[in-house]
Write a protein that binds this ligand. Structure first.
Ligand SMILES: NC(=O)C1=CN([C@@H]2O[C@H](COP(=O)(O)OP(=O)(O)OC[C@H]3O[C@@H](n4cnc5c(N)ncnc54)[C@H](O)[C@@H]3O)[C@@H](O)[C@H]2O)C=CC1
Ligand SMILES: O=C(CO)[C@H](O)[C@H](O)COP(=O)(O)O
Length: 337
């Protein structure tokens, strides 16, 4: 079928490639005209403006937005102003699910369908496929089924799931009405933070398994290691991450990526360790608080990111100031990574 894609960045461009590879016709637009030109070379129908983009779509128009979440709401309004009843706007970005609920209600008054699609797969999606978490009206979601089926990874090789088992085994799921897709993707990303933090913390403990030999931190004097004989292991972190990938309980795609990163650059020299967050982790915790659901692991992982961004620096200074004030304890220099 025909689908319009607006936003040809790390996600949108590869999604268009995957769609065209499976025979779909793609109309594309991006404010960066070079990105449009590149896609046209690959076989897409290019548009030089938002108006031209909408004009080139066949009715009922289906416009998929793969844009930074911060601008998506504004662009949805602009696209909707050019659309007609029966048309469909799909937000595949990491937008706040509240926005999807509100947008859907607003657009429904004009007869325009809003479908929110949490899209997981990152820059590997072209080959691996995208896991799609979908919210929206039944009819619109059904209309887009062939697009979802193409973007999704499909069934595991050899698994042959029965047709009546639903689409989840193929990598896409209609989770509920508008907002449900982004809600599920939000929690997916909250979990992502927790899983990432668990690997990072565990591997960091392995990294310190030789402190009995090399000495610990600046605090070794005041807080000496009691049993240095138990911390004499020079663990090859890349090799451990690799062996865990084979038959262990904690194997996962995130571990595959971790093992790859450690293999390429065991000291991770290209990273400073400032870990950004784009909103989904914060919104997951808001939902947990609103609904009264405990989420200690996810909140700890989010707050750890804030620390990595430098947000604990003043609190840490306050701790040192208090220690100095009550005990005359002079701050020691920081140790490196
Ligand atoms: N990169 C990732 O791993 C994932 C990203 N997402 C979400 O998907 C969305 C897109 O992400 P990326 O592709 O990574 O972002 P990106 O920054 O690589 O691409 C965004 C694209 O939108 C274009 N753009 C910006 N303003 C525009 C406008 N007014 N009109 C037309 N085009 C415009 C930019 O030129 C750029 O090509 C975001 O909401 C992101 O949170 C979702 C899952 C994974
Ligand atoms: O959705 C994603 C992966 O599933 C995106 O890569 C997202 O940007 C990751 O979240 P954050 O930027 O908050 O780490």
């Amino acid at each position: 079928m025909q689908i319009g894609m607006m936003g040809l960045g790390r996600m949108g461009a590869n999604m268009v490639r995957r769609l065209m590879r499976d025979g779909h016709e793609c109309v594309v637009y991006d404010i960066n005209s070079a990105s449009v030109a590149g896609m046209v070379k690959d076989g897409a129908i290019g548009a030089a403006s938002l108006e031209e983009f909408v004009a080139k779509l066949a009715k009922p128009r289906c416009a998929w937005l793969m844009l930074p979440a911060a601008i998506t709401g504004r662009i949805v309004d602009q696209v909707a102003a050019l659309m007609e009843p029966g048309d469909i706007i799909i937000d595949g970005g990491n937008s706040y699910y509240h926005d999807a609920v509100d947008q859907a209600a607003k657009l429904a008054t004009k007869g325009i369908n809003f479908v929110d699609v949490g899209t997981s797969g990152g820059v590997w999606g072209l080959e691996r496929g995208y896991c799609l978490m979908i919210g929206g009206p039944d009819e619109a979601v059904q209309h887009l089924d062939s697009v979802f089926a193409t973007l999704a990874p499909g069934a595991d090789p050899g698994s042959n799931p029965p047709k009546d088992a639903g689409t989840a085994a193929f990598g896409y799921l209609h989770c509920g009405p508008s907002g449900a897709g982004h809600f599920v993707k939000m929690v997916h990303n909250g979990i992502e933070y927790g899983v990432m933090a668990a690997y990072a913390e565990g591997i960091n403990i392995l990294k310190s398994a030789n402190v009995g030999k090399r000495g610990r931190t600046a605090d070794a004097e005041t807080s000496p290691l009691e049993n240095p004989q138990y911390y004499q292991f020079d663990i090859d972190l890349a090799q451990v991450a690799e062996v865990w990938r084979h038959g262990s309980v904690i194997g996962s795609w995130l571990l595959d990526l971790t093992a790859g990163a450690l293999k390429n650059d065991p000291a991770l020299t290209q990273f400073g360790g400032r870990v950004s967050d784009s909103g989904e982790g914060r919104w997951t915790l808001k939902a947990a608080i609103d609904t009264g659901v405990p989420a200690p692991v996810l909140s700890s992982a989010l707050f750890d990111r804030f620390s990595s961004q430098g947000e604990s620096a003043f609190a840490d200074k306050l701790l040192s100031a208090m220690r100095y004030a009550f005990g005359g304890h002079v701050e020691k220099p920081k140790t490196g990574a």
